[in-house]
Design a protein around this ligand. Structure first.
Ligand code: AHG
Ligand code: MN
Ligand code: MN
Length: 332
């Protein structure tokens, strides 16, 4: 159901009524939302806007960049650098941090983002998104990469925008999870769900099954038990989904429950996983926890992991609480 509460009003209320966010953070989140609107426009134009296909470059992770990876990154940088709310930004698509140029005032916050999540889905017209995380800059003079290396539990805001059949912005400032649908006629995000809750139990799991032979024993055991269905130890049938856009898989879980896993596997045993801690696992982990779910790497709560590198990877298991706890218990 649509409300008459815009994102702007919701944020003002979080600032005024709940005293949760300072004005500078509110303004920063408005700018992030505006960036997502621009990215949504570009995504929607698709081939008409010449935004599909591959760019001739690689990012720091050694992945071929898509044109939209670069466009979304530029939109976020350009929109956020001049407002005076930020000290620096970090992105999946940039090796080092981006310090706000000194022609602009420096703010108190740090913004991290995955500008375009689900890049393999861009050209095939399947849901993609933008993920973001906001940290407070520690006291001190010159901002550095070290300032970003804070546990996920220190986030002051996190969210994502999913560009699917609808464009939906999902946000937490530590007071539960709220969803806002983009009203294209009004040009604004409208609150369409508050107090989002992930059901503690589920019969739906999400994992890339093609990697099964590379998994570790606990993950293999969990999935085997799901596949055994009614006749197996779980005594119920399970359904499976894998969109290959973390935003879209997490959005489904926030909407109807489920468990999402991108675990460490033996393909590249020295890598802790595929997904990135700072701008994928942390913001998604906090959203899921704020909705009553859980997020772990199997051994430790995602939000408690002390980062040592900006682009560090992590094993991710998140979603419905009882299922996530079960997977953790198989790791014990
Ligand atoms: P990105 O497009 O930002 O690199 O992220 C893609 C991630 C994530 O969104 C998704 O869950 C996963 O990669 C899919 O990986 P596979 O293609 O290995 O299934
Ligand atoms: Mn991603
Ligand atoms: Mn990405």
């Amino acid at each position: 159901m649509a409300s008459n509460v815009s994102l702007t009003r919701y944020l003002v209320e979080q600032q005024r009524v709940n005293g949760l966010i300072p004005a500078q953070l509110r303004l920063l989140l408005e700018v992030v939302a505006r960036s997502c609107k621009s990215i949504s426009q570009a995504v929607n134009k698709g081939a008409l806007g010449g935004v599909l296909g591959t760019a001739e470059s690689e990012n720091v992770q050694g992945e071929i960049q898509k044109k939209l990876d670069i466009i979304a990154n530029e939109v976020l940088i350009e929109a956020n650098e001049w407002g005076g709310n930020l000290a620096a930004m970090a992105s999946e698509e940039m090796e080092g941090i981006y310090v706000v140029p000194n022609r602009y005032p420096q703010g108190e916050y740090l913004l991290l983002f995955d500008p375009l999540d689900g890049s393999s889905n861009i050209d095939v017209n399947v849901s993609i998104g933008t993920i973001f995380s906001v940290l407070r800059k520690p006291e001190g003079s010159q901002v550095s990469e070290q300032d970003f290396l804070q546990q996920g539990a220190k986030q002051v805001a996190a969210g994502y925008c999913v560009y699917g059949p609808q464009t939906t912005l999902v946000l937490t400032v530590g007071n539960g999870v709220a969803m806002f649908t983009l009203d294209r006629e009004q040009g604004s995000f409208v609150l369409t769900q508050e107090n989002v809750q992930v059901p503690p139990d589920t019969q739906e799991f999400a994992i890339n099954m093609s990697n099964m032979r590379h998994w570790d024993a606990p993950i293999k055991r969990y999935v085997d038990e799901c596949l055994a269905g009614k006749e197996g130890p779980r005594g119920k049938d399970f359904n499976m989904r894998w969109i290959a856009s973390m935003v879209a898989d997490v959005h489904r879980i926030l909407t109807r429950g489920g468990i999402f896993m991108y675990p460490w596997d033996k393909r590249e045993p020295t890598k802790p996983g595929k997904l990135r801690l700072m701008y994928e696992a942390n913001p998604m982990g906090w959203l899921i926890e704020q909705a009553g779910g859980a997020a772990t790497n199997g051994k430790e709560r995602i939000l408690d992991i002390q980062p040592t590198q900006l682009h560090q990877r992590v094993s991710v298991i998140l979603g419905s609480k009882n299922e996530v706890e079960r997977v953790s218990s198989y790791h014990a």
